[in-house]
Each structure stands twice: as structure tokens, then as C-alpha cells.
Design a protein around this ligand. Structure first.
Ligand code: GLC
Ligand code: CA
Length: 532
């Protein structure tokens, strides 16, 4: 089922075509001042590493002033870097230093809610009417029930009424209005009421502020959540179209990516990239997370489950925006979990880095850092905490993450003797890290493998556990074969006559020309990227 023979035209900033993103959880990346918590100067010190790896864009999890009840997804001041990470000047310097190395810097924009300590929220709580009284969504009475499916927090303040929480109780929903406010419920303000309009204006101001200081774009947290009771997210889509248009008028090269989990909606809303995730549509769980997902050695499913939903989304968004299949993120288990080994991760990365759209590598996945089960929750992490442990740089104390005493580290390190490190893997040409590095380099020099190169899936009958596909662009074609299963397999590709058959990156796969066909043999847990 060819998507397109020619590939698609990109309706996004040109730099996204070749972008290889890397997600940095700042508190766990590198601690430059020895207080046990990663920081922005620490990221600056590791830019050379990212450049060596071939990364050309980073997304940094929230780094603004916050009480960190949800790791920074509870902002107190959108205009100031959290002191534990450094200063605004450090961030500006990070942008300059990153740009010198050809790396773009994107921040995490928590657009839907603030912390309960934000001065706006404090003013909003007041019984005296003020300019923030409508900054958040309120219901009229703390005692009588409001007729709503929204999650209400009662009794937090003297002001009569409740506020709406987006996620945890301390994340009050900013007021962007309601799609269809009920006439008898005046607290449901229309999107063009003064309160919602002021919230929108403030969000634009925040974006302009950071873009003006060298930031290249934003990953927007819960981007779908802004307008309330909004079937099909129709009004939220219009809201983002408006915001995008206003900000792009000054910053046309800005990249906007959404945590939305439905590219059809988010790309219509003007986002350049949407992630497929553990919620929403797109089949990510069938690919990466389920017990019987495709990337399992045993008990895994055929690629068909993922592929069907992916291809539908790709067709709907073709030429309008891009889809990202991330290696993982701070909200889900790392790929190195549930018995997966480094050899399995090599198959996964062979897929991620030859797949259309924009690859995102979650820090540490490139060396196969483990999900650490059973950790005490930190900053609202709960079972996500095990995916947020300190980056493992080397074999020295604290794996080179920090010179602080072990007890002061943001989170404990992977306790295992054989924990993977950058230092060891950089030296080993057969390591996962060098595999990822080679794939990145190949993608960067091969338009067929980039965001909008055509994707042509081959042979995906239900009984097969392997997956083969072509990627192509003008004058260039690749065959990719993957077998995540422990069982050997074979693929016969009809009617493809290779000009020459150059194996780029492979392990356990053999290709032979047989008449009009290509015969591919795949050992258990194998991959091959061939230039045809
Ligand atoms: C997003 C973030 C997550 C956070 C939540 C609330 O899902 O990725 O980490 O807890 O939003 O802001
Ligand atoms: Ca620090």
C-alpha cells in the first residue's frame, strides 16, 4: 500500500526534514555545580556529545520556576528559569552554544495549567474581584454541585466555588473558555470572553519572549486540553491556529509540536509535529509497549496492528505536518524494560531512525538505560520515576552524572554493575550507541530516509513477525528489514531490481537476488538497512 512514490512536500519549517530530536529531562542529565541535580550549564557541557551523536535538535522538559510537585509541569513563573537549573542567561547561552553546533533548542510549554503557587492563581483565589479572577476556570459554589464532567477541587480557598484541575489537584486549569457554554451556567465562559482572551494573549507573550531569546520552538504539554467541553477539539484547534499564526508572523521558523496523540487534529491545529503515544490514536502501544506488541522477542504481534493506524494517520496528515514515533519519554517505561536487551533495542532503533516523520530519542535510550522499577516516587513521578534516573556517562562515581554525595542525587542511579554508560559504548564499535550514531549519520545524508521520504511497506501478512519496507526519494531507495522475534524468518520482495546492493547497517540479515526477486533471510532478532 504505497503512501506516495515521490514523498511529500513539507508544510513545516525546512529544518524539520532532517531533524533528529533528543529529549532532555534536565534534572537528570548532567549536574555541573555538584548539588545533585542536573542543570542548564550541565546541558551546555554535553552539547559536544550530542553533536558527536548527530543530534540537531533538543526538547528540554519544563525548566521554569516551579514547586516541582509534577517535575516542573506546574509552573510558577513562565518568564524565569528555575534557580536549580541556572538563570535565564544560562538558557540564552545554551541557545547560542547549541546553535554554534547546529542544534536547535525547544522548550516545554505548559499551556493548560499553572501551579497553585503561581501569583495569577493566588490573585484568582482572592474573594476580591481583580484582573485574575477569570484567569482560571471556576464554578460558583463550593457547596452546590456544578453540573460538569470536569474535575473540581473543593474547599481550597475562601472565594466561594471550586476550581478545575487538569491533572493533579495542584494544576489548576487556565481559562481558555468553553466550546459551547451552557446558558444557565455563566461560569462556563465563551472563548471570546475577556478572561479567556487575556489567557490566550499571555500565552502568546510567553512564546514570543523565549523565541526572542533564541529558542527555536516548543513542545506543548496537553495541547488538546485548552478549551473545555470541546467535542472533536474543534475550538481548541481554532485557538491553536490563531496562536500559531500570530507567533509565526514574527518567528516563521518556529517548530510547534504537541502532546496531543491525534495527529489529524493537532496538525489541523497548526502543529508541525504530533507524537503518537500511550494514549490517543496511532498504535504506539501495539508497537512498543503492550505485552504482545511488535517489538517483543516472544509473544509479540504482527506489525499490521500498528501499521494500519499509522498509515491512516499518515494519509490524513500527508503534506500538512509530521508524526513522531519517539523511543520513549518521561511518562512511559523506557524501551529497555520487561526483559528487553540491548540487541532488541538495536532492532527498535533501526526502525525508529529509518521511519518517516521526526525521530525523538529520549535521553539514555541511545545507550539502553534501563527502566528502574520500584523507586519511591519523586516529584509526582509515581511509576514514571523509573524512566527519569540520572544519565549514565561513565564508570566514575555516580556514573559521572554528578560529584555530589550519592544521597543527594535527584534520583538513585541504576544500581546494576553492568549499567550501560556513554564512555564504554563510545569505545565499542558494536555498541548500541555506535549503532544509533551510524543510523543518524545515514539518515542525515539520505533524503529517502528523512521526514518526508516515501514509505512503501512490503509483506505484512498476518502470520509474519518480521517487517520489511522501502523508503525512497528521487534517485535513492532503501530496503529495511526487521525481525524483532527470536525465530528466524524470510522475506521475498518481488519486482525490485537493485542497481547495486549495498548493506549499510545490518546484523543477521542476508539478501540475495533471485531472478526478479530479492530473497532476504533474517536470523532471530536481526535488522538490515540496504541501499538498493
Ligand atoms: C503531560 C506531561 C506529564 C505531566 C502532565 C501534566 O502529560 O508529559 O509529565 O504530568 O502533562 O502537566
Ligand atoms: Ca546542579
Amino acid at each position: 500500500m504505497p503512501l506516495s512514490q515521490k514523498g511529500t512536500e513539507l508544510n513545516s519549517p525546512a529544518w524539520l526534514k532532517q531533524a533528529i530530536f533528543y529529549q532532555i529531562y534536565p534534572q537528570s542529565y548532567y549536574d555541573a555545580n555538584g548539588d545533585g541535580i542536573g542543570d542548564i550549564p550541565g546541558i551546555i557541557q554535553k552539547l559536544d556529545y550530542l553533536q558527536w551523536l548527530g543530534i540537531n535538535a533538543v526538547w528540554i522538559n519544563p525548566c521554569f520556576v516551579s514547586p516541582f510537585r509534577d517535575a516542573g509541569y506546574d509552573v510558577d513563573d513562565y518568564y524565569r528559569i528555575a534557580p536549580r537549573y541556572g538563570t535565564n542567561r544560562d538558557l540564552y547561552r545554551l541557545c547560542r552554544e547549541a546553535h554554534r553546533r547546529g542544534i536547535k533548542v525547544c522548550l516545554d510549554l505548559v499551556a493548560g495549567h499553572t501551579s497553585i503557587d503561581h501569583p495569577w492563581f493566588k490573585a484568582y483565589c482572592s474573594t476580591r474581584r481583580n484582573r485574575y479572577s477569570d484567569r482560571y476556570i471556576w464554578t460558583p459554589s463550593a457547596i452546590s454541585d456544578a453540573n460538569t464532567e470536569l474535575s473540581l477541587i473543593r474547599g481550597y480557598y475562601e472565594r466561594d466555588g471550586n476550581y478545575v484541575a487538569n491533572c493533579f489537584y495542584f494544576q489548576p486549569a487556565l481559562n481558555y473558555g468553553f466550546a459551547r457554554p451552557a446558558a444557565e451556567q455563566p461560569w462556563q465562559q465563551p472563548i471570546d470572553a475577556q478572561g479567556p482572551l487575556e489567557t490566550r494573549k499571555e500565552l502568546i507573550k510567553i512564546m514570543n519572549y523565549w523565541l526572542g531569546h533564541g529558542v527555536d520552538g516548543f513542545r506543548v504539554d496537553m495541547a488538546f486540553s485548552l478549551v473545555k467541553m470541546d467535542p472533536g477539539h474543534k475550538e481548541t484547534i481554532k485557538l491553536w491556529q490563531d496562536i500559531g499564526q500570530k507567533v509565526r508572523a514574527h518567528y516563521p521558523d518556529m517548530a510547534l509540536m504537541s502532546e496531543w496523540g491525534n495527529p489529524e487534529e493537532s496538525i489541523a491545529a497548526g502543529f508541525d509535529i504530533d507524537f503518537i503515544l500511550h494514549f490517543g490514536v496511532g498504535g504506539y502501544t501495539d508497537l512498543m509497549l503492550n505485552k504482545n506488541c511488535f517489538f517483543r522477542r516472544s509473544g509479540g504481534a504482527n506489525i499490521a496492528y500498528f501499521l494500519k493506524s499509522y498509515l491512516e494517520l499518515a494519509a490524513k496528515t500527508k503534506g500538512k505536518g509530521l508524526i513522531s514515533v519517539p523511543s520513549g519519554n518521561h511518562d512511559i517505561k523506557r524501551p529497555r524494560a520487561d526483559g528487553r536487551m540491548v540487541s532488541d533495542l538495536k532492532v527498535i532503533f533501526s526502525f525508529l531512525l529509518t521511519w518517516p516523520g521526526v525521530p525523538f530519542i529520549y535521553y539514555g535510550d541511545e545507550i539502553g538505560m534501563r527502566y528502574i522499577p520500584g523507586l519511591t516516587s519523586k516529584e509526582g513521578g509515581y511509576d514514571r520515576t523509573g524512566s527519569r534516573t540520572p544519565m549514565q556517562w561513565g564508570d566514575g562515581p555516580n556514573a559521572g552524572f554528578s560529584i555530589a554525595d550519592k544521597e543527594r542525587l535527584y534520583l538513585p542511579l541504576d544500581p546494576r554493575q553492568d549499567r550501560p554508560t556513554v564512555e564504554r559504548q563510545a569505545r565499542d564499535s558494536s555498541s548500541l550507541l555506535n549503532h544509533v550514531r551510524k543510523l543518524i549519520a545515514l539518515r542525515k545524508r539520505s533524503p529517502a530516509l528523512q521526514a518526508d521520504g516515501a514509505l512503501i511497506p512490503l509483506q505484512v501478512e498476518n502470520n509474519h513477525r518480521h517487517f520489511a519496507y522501502l523508503r525512497q526519494a528521487t534517485g535513492e531507495r532503501f530496503l529495511i528489514v526487521l525481525n524483532p522475534s527470536a525465530e528466524p524468518s524470510q522475506v521475498r520482495v518481488h519486482g525490485i531490481k537493485p542497481n547495486n546492493l549495498a548493506s549499510q547497517i545490518c546484523h543477521g540479515t542476508k539478501v540475495r537476488v533471485e531472478g526478479e526477486d530479492l530473497q532476504v533471510k533474517l536470523a532471530g532478532v536481526s535488522y538490515g538497512v540496504f541501499k538498493l
